[in-house]
Ligand binder design. Structure first.
Ligand code: CP
Ligand code: NVA
Length: 300
């Protein structure tokens, strides 16, 4: 039987995604943070990261440890991948040894190629074009604070980047309205915009996009791999800073989210990210619970 993968949010059905969020909340609320529940006993997760990570790496490793399994971390620098061993060969070898593989890299095509040759589930831990695991945590966090996200208005302010793309897919899968505000040179992928147009609208003016929003989300202006563009981007994105004046245009009970790491004083002010509407610490914690639910779905 072919393994299930989680390369984008479209790899699970709407029903599976809803159940997974409910399960993440259930696992979080198990006594003692479910440390006596060991569904991953004797299972091994390989974690292959070509980019830096704090939350994603630690949440995957902790999820495996708390649920009775183990993980092996491989950076591309010290595995043979860094010396040119083909992805296809690495996938064939690793998937004869481990039970699941999670990968963080640049090109989505690399993860797809790995999955094509893998006998075990492959999870996208972030690529240049999407970050589906983060959206599981974001939706869980919204549901915990406000109930169902269906029919709500979410504003994405800033770069049309990997996070923005996953919000676009989430808008379709969880049936919410997504209003994106970004500079003209930094818009999301046009094919994806077309595909998701029933749920997604694009603005250049952040005050238009944020008006009446139930949730406001943003991300860094220069993602990993774009560090050299930082100065140029800072100029274009300055009007897109999420500050108190902008937040005041959202609903009075609107939540603020940021996948982190954040740059206070750039895409968000300290007043907003450290303020009463911000749920970023719950959001970060939920990476652990939602990925436990994802691993359980794929492994058990
Ligand atoms: N949000 C997120 O993916 O964080 P890390 O880059 O620290 O894993
Ligand atoms: N857009 C950011 C997300 C980090 C979690 C990046 O790719 O660097």
């Amino acid at each position: 039987m072919l393994p299930r993968h989680f390369l984008t949010l479209m790899d699970l059905s709407k029903d599976e995604l809803h159940k997974l969020i409910a399960r993440a909340i259930e696992l979080k609320n198990m006594p003692n943070n479910n440390r006596e529940y060991e569904p991953f006993k004797n299972k091994v997760l390989a974690i292959i990261f070509q980019k830096s990570s704090t939350r994603t790496r630690v949440s995957f490793e902790t999820a495996m440890i708390q649920c009775g399994g183990r993980s092996i971390f491989l950076s591309t620098h010290d595995s043979q991948l860094g010396r040119g061993e083909p992805i296809e060969d690495t996938a064939r070898v690793l998937s004869r040894m481990v039970d699941c593989v999670t990968i963080r890299t640049f090109e989505q095509e690399k993860i797809e190629l790995f999955a094509q040759y893998s006998k075990v589930p492959v999870i996208n831990a972030l690529t240049d074009i999407c970050h589906p695991c983060q959206l599981l945590a974001d939706i869980q966090t919204y549901v915990e604070h406000r109930g169902a996200i269906q029919g709500k208005k979410i504003a994405w302010i800033g770069d049309g980047n990997n996070m923005c793309h996953s919000y676009m897919r989430a808008a379709c899968q969880f049936d919410f309205e997504l209003a994106i505000a970004c500079p003209s040179d930094y818009q999301p992928n046009s094919d994806l915009l077309n595909e998701t147009k029933a749920n997604v609208s694009l603005f250049s003016d952040p005050s238009q996009a944020i008006k009446g929003a139930d949730l406001v989300s943003t991300d860094v202006w220069a993602s990993m791999g774009q560090e050299e563009e930082q100065t140029k981007r800072a100029e274009s994105f300055a009007p897109y800073q999420v500050n108190s004046q902008l937040m005041a245009l959202a609903k009075t009970d609107a939540l603020f989210m940021h996948c982190l790491p954040a740059h206070r004083g750039e895409e968000v002010t300290g007043e907003v990210i450290d303020g009463a509407q911000s749920v970023v610490w719950d959001q970060a914690e939920n990476r652990l619970h939602s990925q436990k639910a994802l691993l359980e779905f794929l492994l058990c």
